[in-house]
Every structure is written in C-alpha cells, then in structure tokens.
Design a protein around this ligand. Structure first.
Ligand code: 4AD
Ligand code: MG
Length: 465
C-alpha cells in the first residue's frame, strides 16, 4: 500500500526536519480530527514526542474520502510529502498521497479531546499512555532510567542483578509478600504452624524489599556497585506516595562513610536533573505549564544546588522551636511523619535536605552505630512536596556490634550467617542508599500521585492490567 518509500519516520524526527521531504511515511494514532467543507486535519501522535504532526487532506486530493471516515483513536499510516506549514506553532505538515487505516476506532474511544482526571485515566491505564501527560511521564521515565545507568557506569560502578525472591527481610518491617507453592488450604503443619521446610525453597521466602544485603556482598568484592530493579512492599498504606511494587536504585560503596554517601547521593540527584533538563525539555515544559508552575526553575536550581544537611537531633529542635502545631507531636526518638518532612523542606530549608544520624530504635539493624551509642549513621533525603526520596546509611561493619544489634531487634544471627560472614572475612567500612525511582519521578514531573508515574501501578486492592 505504501509505495516507493522505505521505513517510517517518527513524528519527532519529522518535526525536526531541516528541509522539506518529498516522500515520507508516518504511522501513528489520531489525536484529533478537524473537518471543514474543503479540508480535513488529522493530528497524529506516535509517542516519540509531545507534539502532533498535522496531516492535511484537501478536497479532491488523495486520501480525502478515507480521511472523512477516520475518528479520534484510530491508527493510521500516511504516505506523502513533508512541507513547510503555514499554521502557527508548527514548522512542518504532511500533504498525503495515501492514507491507510491500520486500526479503526469508534465514538466509544475513551480519550476524546477533552481533558480527563488522572483518577479516571488510572481506570484505563492501558490507554492513558496515549494522552499528553502520560506520554510525557513515560518519556521522562525512560530518559532517566538511561541516565541512571550512565551516571554509575561513568563512575565505574558495577551493575548487579540482585534476587527478586529472597529469604531475608532487609528492612525488618515485616512487609514482605510471601512466595510459596504450598496449597493455602492444605499446607503441611508442624505444631499448628506452617512447616516452611516443606515449601519450594525449604524455608520462608518472599519478594525482596531491597537488594541492599546482596549488594553489600558485591561491594565486598567489586568496591562500587549498584542495583536498579523492582522491589515489593506489602505495607497496606493507601497513600499517594506508596506503591506495593516500585523500582529502586541502590548503590553500595566499599571504603565509604556517611559523608561520602551523602555526596554521592547529591551528585546523583544533580546529574539526573541536568540530564532531564537537557533531554526532556518539551516534556518538562508541559509539566511546568500544566502540573507544577515553576518546575523547570526548581530543577535548574537543584542541578546547581548544594544540599542542606541537618542531624535528626537538630531537625527535632527545629520542629519544636517552630511553634507549628503538628498532628503527631515531636520529641526526640519519634519517627518522622510526612507533616514533619514537609515542614522541614518546605518551610525551614525550602529545598532538598539530608537528615542524618537517627535514633537507632527507629532504623534498620544494619546501620552503623555511632559513638554516642544512641544514634546510627543513617541519612534520608527529603524534598518538598514528595517527602523522603532516599534512605541510606553507613553499614555496621563490626561483627560483634552487628550481632548485638540483630539480637536486640529479634533477628537470630544464625539466620543470616552469610551476611555476618561479610564481617568475618575482609570486612571494611561501606555505605549506600536507595533512591525510590517513582518518588524521584514525582519530584521531577510534579505529578502528585505515585500511581501516575509507574506504568501499571500495584497498590492495595489494585493489580489490574
Ligand atoms: O528507606 P528505604 O526503606 O531504604 C532501603 O530499602 C534501604 N535498604 C536502601 C539502601 O540503603 N540500599 O527505601 C528506600 C527508598 C525510600 O526512600 C523511598 O524513596 C522508596 O525507597 N520507597 C518507596 N517508594 C514507593 N513505594 C513504597 N512503598 C516505598 N517504600 C520505600
Ligand atoms: Mg526510609
């Protein structure tokens, strides 16, 4: 059907053309149709960029009859010439010689021209991808995924695939999804409890909440490593910032302390902002206009910024002296609530903030005990609006101290013998962190719900698509 022309050209390339092209093939989905008596305009989008390419069918010219039957949502292929457009706001348009409808649509197609709420679009997650906002979100997600690898590869970090199924609950918060092949109605019992030794792996296993522990083993051989993969948490918190399945980037560095850990995190965030500003200009401009005013300026500032750092103890003092009324009262030893995070980043420092050295009781067992005996070498990076995007720490490299901490929190040391081995043979100071990819994307795009920056969100009660 498409004569004499090789391959299709993406809309993005066509719109960036330096000169007219005599013969071009464009394939995409019809975003809008405008008809008058003599002319039909089809706006085509193929996901390569935010903008549409206008196809102009004139009465009496090829394709006009077919175009008259095309509706929003259809998939079409067009062959014709790319010519300078007289219309404002676009440099090129296509004058077709041939139109082929690859996939028809009808008036039930849910994405008609008017704007839809993000909530409604979640109910059509398989189609929302064809909207401007989600096109922009997933192009930015793609670009930043690549930038993440580039950042670490440039710094000679080794990329490692840590297991998805694991017997270790790294964060110790009991939020693991079980992985089992046992029959839920007839599981083998011993003393009234399920006998996990008879399960597929011969022990209780679940989906990983973090690749850190295995990452530490790799750091103990390769020095600097990172993981970038899916993580799973069965926390039943139905918030706009929690997903049951999300992606995490976790670097781990041998021979590093908490200061170097914070430095790496700050360099990383600045790098990613710069990358997005350079490579996703149009999509960020869209977010700036429609989702969060001032977004581009915010990212430009962050790309340059030094990051504020504050100890947990100082943060508590700031909150107490603020005179602000919080739903959760602030005292030394309490865990941070999102209202506290927001106050610190939005009111006190007005930007991203590292909070360090938390009471050991509210942090995971593997964090290094400070000399005061009460706090651990932890750091969280908080940002305005989103709250915590990074959690990290220097790790406890002293075997005896680690064993004691495990016992304190009720982990039998022999249940993680391999992890203790790393402290037995060739232990070294080391540190790392985890960046929640979706939380970061919320910050970069201004989208306010985590469900809107992940392709097919998994949250309590929702695993459709
Ligand atoms: O603070 P977290 O629990 O830290 C860890 O898992 C460490 N093992 C990381 C490390 O040191 N290697 O989680 C890290 C980040 C959080 O700061 C947050 O951005 C994100 O993961 N995160 C979630 N994102 C979406 N949905 C959830 N349910 C999340 N839980 C954590
Ligand atoms: Mg955390």
């Amino acid at each position: 059907m498409m004569p004499n022309v090789e391959g299709r050209v993406r809309v993005r390339e066509a719109l960036q053309a330096q000169e007219a092209i005599e013969a071009i093939v464009i394939k995409g989905w019809v975003r809008t149709v405008r008809r008058s008596k003599d002319v039909i305009f089809l706006a085509l989008n193929d996901g390569s960029c935010l903008a549409n390419l206008q196809i102009v069918f004139a009465q009496g010219k090829p394709g006009f009859e077919e175009a008259a039957r095309v509706v929003t949502g259809a998939c079409v292929a067009v062959e014709g010439s790319l010519v300078a457009s007289p219309a404002a706001g676009q440099s090129w348009e296509v004058h077709p010689r041939n139109l082929e409808v690859l996939g028809e649509a009808d008036s039930d197609y849910p994405l008609q021209k008017k704007r839809h709420s993000f909530e409604y679009l979640r109910s059509i997650a398989h189609l929302r991808l064809r909207s401007n906002a989600f096109g922009a979100v997933f192009r930015v997600r793609n670009a930043l995924s690549f930038a993440i690898h580039r950042f670490f590869q440039e710094r000679k970090f080794l990329y490692v695939h840590t297991p998805v199924i694991t017997a270790n609950d790294c964060e110790g918060a009991g939020e693991m999804f079980r992985v089992t092949t046992l029959d839920p109605t007839g599981a083998p019992l011993e003393d009234g409890k399920i006998d996990w030794r008879k399960d597929f792996f011969g022990q209780r296993t679940g989906l990983t909440v973090s690749g850190q522990l295995q990452g530490e083993a790799f750091a103990g051989a390769f020095g600097d490593i990172y993981t970038f993969g899916p993580t799973f948490r069965a926390e039943n918190s139905n918030t706009s910032r929690h997903a049951a399945e999300f992606w995490m980037i976790e670097p781990e560095m041998a021979f590093a302390d908490l200061v170097e850990d914070c430095r790496l995190a700050a360099d990383f965030l600045r790098y990613l902002c710069r990358y997005a500003l350079e490579h996703c200009r149009d999509d960020l401009a869209f977010f700036d206009e429609r989702i969060e005013k001032g977004l581009v300026a915010k990212l430009e500032a962050l790309a340059q910024a030094g990051f504020e750092t504050m100890s947990y103890t100082d943060a508590v003092a700031e909150l107490q002296k603020s005179g602000q009324k919080f739903d959760y009262p602030v005292e030394w030893g309490c865990d941070r609530q999102s209202e506290h995070e927001r106050f610190l980043t939005e009111q006190v420092v007005k930007g991203p903030l590292f909070v360090t050295d938390y009471p050991k009781e509210i942090k995971a067992f593997y964090m290094r005990l400070n000399n005061d005996g009460r706090t651990v070498a932890a750091m969280d990076c908080l940002v305005p609006r989103v709250g915590e995007i990074i959690g990290g720490s220097q790790r406890e490299e002293r075997r005896n101290v680690l064993e004691e901490r495990m016992r304190d929190v009720g982990i039998a040391p022999q249940s993680m013998g391999w992890y203790l081995d790393l402290r037995r043979w060739g232990s070294c100071p080391h540190a790392g962190f985890g960046l929640g990819f979706e939380r970061f994307l919320m910050y970069v795009t201004g989208m306010s719900n985590i469900r809107d920056v992940i392709p097919f969100p998994r949250t309590p009660g929702n695993a459709a698509f």
